[in-house]
Design a protein around this ligand. Structure first.
Ligand SMILES: Nc1nc2c(c(=O)[nH]1)N[C@H]1C(S)=C(S)[C@@H](COP(=O)(O)OP(=O)(O)OC[C@H]3O[C@@H](n4cnc5c(=O)[nH]c(N)nc54)[C@H](O)[C@@H]3O)O[C@H]1N2
Ligand SMILES: Nc1nc2c(c(=O)[nH]1)N[C@H]1C(S)=C(S)[C@@H](COP(=O)(O)OP(=O)(O)OC[C@H]3O[C@@H](n4cnc5c(=O)[nH]c(N)nc54)[C@H](O)[C@@H]3O)O[C@H]1N2
Ligand code: SF4
Ligand SMILES: [Mo]
Length: 747
């Protein structure tokens, strides 16, 4: 059967979308007989989600003819439906082929020299007029590490502007702050292999069936191998993930901290905590600072299951059962994503999931770990590790910390006190500043904020004279706002490193040329650096040279990956840091003796990110979400993903086979609610919040619980984010895309 026909059968969705699993066969041809005709095979990585699946690419006569899952990579040959479409990327419809400059209101073809001269002139003029705080770079967890690293260095070290942020702010910021607060260091301590050992999966605010399908398949294989393995899913929707759960907690959006604190209540009340682990490896802190075990008991005493259940709209025994399973299982692995991070209490939620693991000693053993799933392929390696956010500097350093600045100045070979001490603007403030005219020139690369920012009606606006440059592979809701559009090379049309959730760095080598005049983002940045007189700073011009500079920088830090030479990355299926020497195998479990080379010998578990080598149990009080159902806005809108599409669909919705099988972007609404509103599938409804209004089609579905409606944000013609609230977590500054109160009327 042809792949396209196979997709249309819908069979793939009933088998867990394992179109590409080992059982079903995982090879895809882009030409008849591509598999058989391929002359050479090259290992690479999927460009989509943070799972970072290894793939093997078949080439013939300089063209990609087939892609299959890599049996030797961590995904063991599996791919999801998006991965199987990778071979379509070189044929993508509507690629941008040459630079464009806006003249008389219209984007018109220009040469690279004209475009880049204009860009450099505008950045120079803005620097003269507004100083370094008037320019900005807005990047992406989909850029290669070399690209994010170079942009960050150019802007922060060269142009002295800390206005470097990117879409990981919308995605991972709460997780990153959570890890730093609790362990002193960012990035998950565990690894994917833990999925093969866990006896209890605690999945909260994540829908891995659709968003991390290959990892979810691994959980299912674990369940099949051992039927005693339990799966708990906390999600206001009965998602496809929840269908496989032993226990589904359909909480009201925004109430999870109540749940977690109440689970801690049960664990302490019934003596399920591992107090020995806690005493040896942890300290306890509340808002006022270090505190005692007694204070901790008193804090959680307030969170009775009965009280929590009322707030969350579920029954109290679900909370009791979840707490028992979590604490008493031989190995519990928590997995979470945007239902936790995109929340006003996102950092507190991250702290508290970690707290549950610390309190019960469910950490540092195979299968026992708190593991935040990463969204984009290179949010971890490219953005978090390189410090390409406005408050951060490379390798876990912070702009606001003078010692950290001095360290980074030394590592970059800058004179002391040359880095700008003022943290830059985080994403939402950055776009606010573009609207107010405080930003005069900005470069946006590899992201589509014109569709993905919250409260879009506000942040799509720009002040007169705010000059916007956008590098993308195709036309988008952001390129339509730009003054200059630069055509970017995609995936294997360029080379670079991706770093995913288990601290694994993997190389993607260039295999084909970009179409037309498209260039890699690295080439664009190097060109800009030259034109802005920064060539003595940006001396590494190709991916390997940048990698070597970056690798050398890590030697003296707790990220040490200096053993990951380019040569090794070419040969091996990625490596996990810390990896301090060229013969080190990489680290699966961090902070664990025998695995992690940075652990103090004899300590078994060593939370070395903190000066006292102890992780912190934070006591975090629950506060209700600012958006609650009311008489005027009786429903809670939550937003998220569908398996067939990648974010704004700029790539996946241009692939006919995927477009054909994606349901139209619609408002999912529970049958009971639909009945009350007098609407049925296919009806147009107007959804209004305090922020905006949009009209879209209804899909009646048992998936969302009553009172909750859901929409995906992939469709460029249905800009759901015009309705979505822009409340931020006060610590991580990550927006809460998951809870907006709305009212719904038949249109
Ligand atoms: N197919 C596909 N996969 C992707 C992506 C994609 O665009 N398409 N994007 C990638 C990226 S960048 C990311 S960040 C990840 C995101 O991965 P996920 O976070 O798993 O995906 P989402 O659909 O955003 O949200 C997950 C779930 O959170 C639930 N939720 C909403 N509010 C709450 C709440 O208050 N509490 C709880 N407990 N749950 C809540 C939603 O109902 C939803 O099912 O996916 C990655 N993978
Ligand atoms: N309502 C709602 N909104 C959300 C979310 C949500 O859950 N709900 N989630 C948020 C999250 S977690 C995320 S991560 C963001 C994602 O938001 P975005 O990053 O804005 O979405 P993408 O569609 O991934 O945009 C990537 C762009 O880069 C282009 N591109 C691809 N490869 C390259 C390349 O190599 N170089 C260049 N220059 N361009 C390239 C693509 O064509 C595409 O236009 O959305 C956020 N917005
Ligand atoms: S699970 Fe993620 S990385 Fe793996 S094939 Fe699918 S989209 Fe690509
Ligand atoms: Mo994301």
């Amino acid at each position: 059967m042809e792949r396209r026909d196979f997709l249309k059968t819908g069979f793939w969705s009933s088998i867990g979308l394992y179109l590409a699993s080992r059982q079903v066969g995982c090879a895809f041809e882009t030409e008849p007989d591509g598999l058989a005709r391929a002359q050479s095979w090259h290992k690479s990585v999927c460009r989509f989600c943070g799972t970072g699946c290894g793939v093997v690419v078949g080439m013939r006569d300089g063209k990609i003819v087939a892609v299959r899952g890599d049996e030797l990579a961590h995904n063991k040959g599996m791919m999801c439906v998006k991965g199987t479409m990778l071979a379509e990327l070189p044929k993508l419809e509507g690629r941008l082929l040459y630079p464009m400059i806006r003249k008389d209101g219209r984007l018109q073809r220009a040469t690279w020299d004209e475009a880049m001269t204009l860009v450099a002139d505008k950045f120079r003029e803005t620097l003269d007029r507004l100083g370094p705080s008037g320019i900005a770079f807005y990047g992406s967890g989909q850029l290669y590490t070399q690209e994010s690293y170079t942009a960050n260095k150019l802007f922060k070290a060269g142009l002295k502007s800390n206005n470097v942020d990117g879409n990981p702010r919308l995605c991972m910021a709460s997780a990153a702050f959570g890890y730093v607060q609790s362990f002193g260091k960012d990035e998950p301590p565990g690894c994917y292999e833990d999925l093969d050992h866990a006896a209890c999966f605690f999945i909260i605010g994540a829908n891995p069936y659709e968003a991390h399908p290959v990892l979810f398949e691994r959980m299912r294989l674990r369940q099949k191998a051992d039927p005693s393995v339990k799966m708990i899913v906390v999600d206001p929707r009965r998602t496809r993930t929840a269908e496989y759960a032993d226990l589904h907690l359909p909480v009201l959006p925004g109430t999870d901290l109540m749940l977690l604190n109440s689970m801690a209540h049960v664990i302490l009340r019934d003596n399920l905590a591992d107090l020995e682990f806690l005493n040896v490896h942890c300290t306890i802190q509340d808002a006022a600072g270090p505190t005692t075990l007694d204070k901790m008991r008193a804090f959680y005493r307030e969170y009775t299951p009965e009280r929590a259940a009322r707030e969350m709209g579920i029954s109290a025994n679900l909370i009791e059962t979840a707490a028992y399973l979590f604490a008493t299982s031989p190995a519990t692995m928590s997995l979470w994503t945007m239902g936790i991070n995109q929340r006003v209490q996102g950092v507190f939620l991250n702290n508290t999931i970690i707290t549950l693991h610390l309190m019960t000693g469910q950490i540092g053993r195979p299968g026992a770990t708190p593991f935040s799933l990463t969204g984009q392929g290179n949010a971890c390696g490219g953005v978090r590790d390189t410090g390409s956010l406005s408050h951060a500097l490379p390798l876990g350093h912070q702009v606001a910390n003078p010692e950290h600045r001095h360290t980074v100045e030394r590592l970059w070979g800058l004179p002391p006190d040359t880095l700008n001490p003022e943290p830059g603007l985080h994403t939402v403030d950055l776009f606010k500043a573009m609207k107010d005219g405080r930003i005069g020139a900005a470069l946006i690369m590899c992201t589509n904020p014109g569709q993905t920012l919250p409260n879009l009606d506000v942040y799509r606006r720009r002040a007169e004279g705010c000059f916007l440059v956008v590098a993308d592979a195709v036309e988008t809701r952001t390129t339509e706002l730009a003054d200059v559009v630069l055509p970017a090379a995609l995936w294997l049309e360029k080379e670079g490193v991706y770093g995913q959730a288990e601290r694994r760095y993997q190389l993607l080598q260039k295999l084909i040329d970009p179409p037309g005049e498209a260039r890699s983002d690295l080439d664009i940045l190097v060109d800009l650096a030259k034109r802005l007189g920064q060539d003595s700073l940006i001396t590494a011009h190709d991916p390997e040279a940048v990698w070597d500079e970056w690798r050398q920088m890590s030697v003296s830090t707790k990220y040490n990956f200096s053993g990951m030479t380019y040569d090794r990355l070419k040969r091996e299926r990625g490596l996990q840091w810390p990896c301090p020497t060229v013969d080190h195998p990489g680290t699966r479990r961090r902070y664990v003796e025998g695995d992690d080379p940075l652990v103090t010998p004899g300590s078994k578990i060593d939370f070395y990110g903190k000066p006292d080598h102890k992780a912190v149990i934070f006591l975090r009080p629950y506060e209700p979400s600012p958006e609650r159902p009311s008489e005027t806005y009786p429903f809670l809108l939550t937003t998220g993903r569908v398996i067939q599409q990648w974010h704004t669909g700029t790539i996946t919705n241009r692939i006919p086979a995927l477009r054909d099988v994606t349901p139209p972007a619609s408002l999912e609404i529970n049958p009971e609610d639909a009945h009350r509103l007098g609407v049925t599938s296919g009806d147009a409804v107007t959804v209004a919040s305090r922020f905006g209004t949009i009209t879209l089609t209804v899909a009646v579905s048992p998936v969302p619980r009553t009172g909750v409606v859901f929409a995906s944000f992939y469709d460029a013609d249905v800009l759901i984010n015009r309705v979505v609230a822009d409340y931020l977590d006060p610590i991580s500054k990550q927006p809460d895309y998951k809870t907006t109160a709305v009212h719904i009327r038949k249109a």
